[in-house]
Design a protein around this ligand. Sequence first.
Ligand code: UDP
Length: 477
Amino acid sequence: AARGPPPHVALLSSPGMGHVAPLAELARRLHDAHGFTATVLTYASSDSAAQRAFLTSLPPAVGAASLPAVPLGDLPAGAAIETLLSVEAQRSVPALTAVLSGLKSTTNLVAFVADLFGADTLRAARDAGVPGYLFFPSNLLMLSLMLHLPRLDAEDAAEFRDLPGPVRLPGCVPVPGADILQPLQDRASDAYRWMVHHGERYRDAAGILVNTFDAIEPGAAVVLRQPEPWRPPVYPIGPVTRQATDGAAADATGCIDWLDAQPERSVLFVSFGSGGALSTAQTRELARGLELSGHRFLWVVRSPTDGGANPGESYYDGSRSKDDPRRFLPPGFAERTKALGHVVPSWAPQTRVLAHRATKAMLTHCGWNSVLESLAAGVPMIAWPLYAEQRENAAMLCEETKVALRPEVGGADGRLILAGDIAEVVKEMMDGEKGEAARAKVAELKAAAASGLEPGGASYETLAKVVSEWKAASGSS
Ligand code: UDP
């Protein structure tokens, strides 16, 4: 039979490299494994040099385009990041509908995929006559929370942290109310209402692809893989992560050269993602804790923010510290730790660092991409959650998956993690029995992640099933 044009998929990413990267990697996978061509759509507001460089590194069959800017100036100053992302998505629907209609006439467009803040854009897919799916770049615990949120909201008027017991979602590890997604901690806030809205709109999706794999959260996977009439089918297809070879040529940060000179499995990598920053006091405690531990470390230091700053800011500005963050470290720190430590300002080639033979563990803010990259590299974690859904992730990784350790939170205000407690957890991770147990468990998960992505593996076959549905619906199988 004559072969038609290859199937095409359009994917729209919320602002922020933590959203763009996994969605673009999904496009790459659809191309490499299933013969798709793809268009990765982004918002004008999220344009940055890092993002452009990343998008141009994709195969030629995966194109990129930016939606025209929509005005957001009428939103109150200091509006929550969730509000900005949600309003931008809604206002972009007309332009998106035009883009999808255009792609429909020029390509064999079989599906549209939006991500976690994009449920309102599924309307554009409907109007253009294309099946609309969601890609959820977090885990099943978090997706389950989003899907149950409209019900939880209607049932109980208390704040999550005031509930008598932990939040229990079917198949999921119980989560203390205070660890629930940060924008849900204030029911009176716009951010909270937006999240409830998205939870409702998720039901409009023809299916929800999730960047996780069964072995991380087996209980939730069993429950969510079952079809239910009240929600779309859920497809765990991960891990979808950036490749370690990303930008392999140059390493301007010197991280890899420094790691090359360190002994096998001896280094703790310390990073808080693209947007995470600590307070000045906390930055100093961390510095002292690393020094006290006596272990080797590679630390990506950010300039501190002392309250007020919106951690999601980096979604819009590409996250570059304006000052050299090293000047916030304790006096003499660099000199005293130069034999054991390496500090880089702002940014490190993370996937390459994690894949390096000298790296033994990672201290992470538990952003989901970082977690998946760490698991894929077989690197156990110290969980130091900061915002968004990171506390939920930390609870899951420590209590259920058991691939992470958590420092005590002490200090006068009950919020600071003190140097002594940091040193303790670092020593335990690098040298102790609990660290060893987490390392053994993470080795299992690394193997499960890799085999799941092979033909016959759970994640591979799940994506293949979605692909065949797309092709069948469009008559291009
Ligand atoms: N990242 C990196 N170098 C850094 C910090 C972050 O390459 O110094 C990458 C990291 O590998 C991951 C992403 O940025 O792919 C961060 O995503 P994550 O979901 O972990 O956290 P977020 O930045 O969204 O809070």
